[in-house]
Design a protein around this ligand. Structure first.
Ligand code: BLA
Length: 301
């Protein structure tokens, strides 16, 4: 394929708006989306740079606690997509996670149904949600190959069907990404449709805490944060992260980051600012075709 539309040869010219638009359209075919309270607050995000545009949308629906999307577009340079969906704690649904950072040099992509519970430890959870999804990985493993070494801590938030890839930002790759994004999102919508409400208080509490742990991790360590800080300033970036992107971090639970991730504690009791304590690893995809983790000890915490 050639480099795309006239003048659009740079990958960073490709927009993620269509991804969001079509995903919302697909969602509305199945359920009734209502604006989430955070949507009004984050409608207009003031940026430090004239050429960058933020677009933030958030909704809830029956079974869906929060479905939110953020795109950032900088003319002819950077394009960002951060799209996620979280169920109500009455369901143990995986968290839909689509993150793409595209510059003229490359696209860094994570697309996954992030498990609520670590799939190496919780084999029942792996069987329940991922056993039937392994064909997704067969479909995309050549077109969207494993992106190489990655922050080790990230692995425990990933599922055996995660797409972690670094791509040349061509139009062809953008199309492949679009197709993978839609496939994964439709799977999530199907799981959502089929999900049966949990009635055991204990299980609901467990789901809620697992989601809170995930939100706590991402609100503190998300790789997008430095760029957000640069574009909108530290205060606004913190607010966006805690009250929009990972909304729920202040309300779904009371445990602190260090209670969940004590390995980040410094002697004076503050959180180590390093993104990773364990460093990068996993040169190759650490799951086999059946979704068994084959990455050795480094991935098991
Ligand atoms: C890089 N983003 C990365 C990397 C990953 C992710 C794995 C590669 C570096 C690394 O190994 O950490 C994404 N990591 C994730 C996701 C999870 C995770 C989704 O653990 C979920 C559990 N990326 C964004 C947004 C921005 C962004 C919104 O999603 C900017 C607003 C930027 N990501 C971004 C940039 C890099 C990056 C600039 C490269 C710089 C770096 O590696 O720090």
């Amino acid at each position: 394929m050639s480099g795309g539309a006239a003048g659009g040869g740079l990958g960073a010219g490709f927009s993620y708006q269509k991804f969001v638009y079509v995903a919302l359209e697909q969602t509305r075919l199945r359920t009734a989306l209502a604006p989430h309270p955070s949507q009004e607050r984050f409608k207009f995000i003031k940026t430090n740079e004239d050429n960058s545009v933020f677009d933030a949308l958030s909704f809830s629906a029956p079974k869906i606690r929060l479905l939110r999307s953020l795109t950032v577009e900088q003319k002819n340079s950077v394009q960002v997509l951060d799209f996620a969906a979280f169920s109500e704690p009455e369901y143990d649904l995986p968290i839909f996670c689509a993150n793409a950072f595209t510059s003229p040099a490359r696209s860094i992509v994570v697309l996954d149904l992030n498990p609520l519970f670590d799939t190496s430890e919780h084999k029942d959870y792996r069987e329940k949600y991922y056993r039937n999804l392994m064909p997704l990985i067969d479909k995309y493993s050549e077109l969207l190959p494993w992106g190489g070494k990655i922050t080790s801590e990230s692995l425990r938030f990933f599922s055996p069907v995660v797409i972690w890839t670094i791509l040349e930002p061509t139009e062809a790759n953008h199309q492949i990404l679009y197709s993978a994004f839609m496939d994964y999102f439709k799977v999530w919508l199907e799981l959502m449709d089929e999900a049966v409400q949990e009635t055991s208080r204990e299980k609901i509490d467990r789901n809620r805490e697992a989601q809170h742990k995930y939100l706590t991790w991402r609100a503190e360590k998300d790789p997008g944060y430095p760029l957000l800080k640069k574009l909108i300033g530290e205060c606004a970036a913190k607010d966006l992260v805690r009250e929009f992107l990972f909304e729920g971090v202040s309300s779904l639970g009371t445990k602190s980051f260090l209670e969940y991730f004590p390995e980040y504690a410094q002697e004076d009791g503050t959180v180590n600012k390093k993104r990773s304590m364990a460093g990068k690893s996993f040169e190759a995809r650490p799951w086999d075709a059946h979704g068994q983790f084959i990455g050795g000890d480094a991935g098991v915490w």
